[in-house]
Write a protein that binds this ligand. Sequence first.
Ligand SMILES: [Zn+2]
Length: 353
Amino acid sequence: MVECESPSDDSAAVARFQELLADSLAGEAICRRSGANLVCTFQLPGKRKSGQIMALGHADTVWPSGTLQSMPFRQQAGRLHGPGVLDMKAGLAFFMFATRALRELEIAVARRVILQVNSDEETGSRTSRALTEKNARASAAVLVLEPGTGLEGKLKTARKGIGDYRIKVRGVASHAGVDFEKGASAVLELANQLRRIAEFTDLQRGITVNPGVISGGSRSNVIAAEAEALVDIRIPRLRDAAPLDRKFRSLRSLDRRCSIEVTGGLNRPPMERSDGVRKLFTLARKLAKELGIDLEESATGGGSDGNFTAALGIPTLDGLGGVGEGAHAVHESILISRIPDRVALIAKLLAAI
Ligand SMILES: [Zn+2]
């Protein structure tokens, strides 16, 4: 699966990976494409099915095609390495083996089980979000196969919400030597605005605002006509979104000759640790104990498609995939010793929910 590279921006490669997955599940699940995404319905032991469990993953990775040359799939010192091995091909492989174990051991599963494999999670889930939400609404629980936290493999029971804002400033261009007073610098105006925007961060409440990209101006001897900034926001609670949005929308230019245009907003709502999430974690913890694992939970500032399902109020448990480190980094790897207990935990959850 790792050797079948699948960068988000190469739809043919992502589709090839989804086909590989569907082929591997032949005879065990019926897989259908829905747009660029894949939904597999499993045939598991147990007579009457009531309700549904949805497992959620993504086929795409952040690694461009050809990464395998410098970062080959390999086994070394108790780990598996390679692009996308942790985020999140391990999780998909684990799910495949968990459902296979349930079939082979004839362990009854009371609910219908589906696996949705999105094509665009790493780039914001624009084409998959509606499908994720539709399938989640029909589910009693959502199991997200993203990596666990840290080398302990903590589950994720809270994720921050994520948004993007674009701040575009228009000024008045003029010759920096001949007509200095006639110009109104968009670059200077943006710099002043960024000072205000940085103050929107409230670390105590977990709200962060990061102007990550700025651009503007054309030459040093021209007073800049345009400048813009791209700003990433993270919020732990949905109720933080509106007040923060109001702050962005109320930015006014200090130099009246400049204008400011603010676009953007929340992209992923936060996954809040609701009662439903807490109950699901308590169950997972109990099942892990039977495997001799002391399972812990964690909160993260990173988002996943679990943000969408949790925001609908559907109990969602995230981080059930690989245990390792280095997602999106060259040392991306999973611990081989933690594969069996992870697969067993997923299987136990499917049988218990
Ligand atoms: Zn991921």
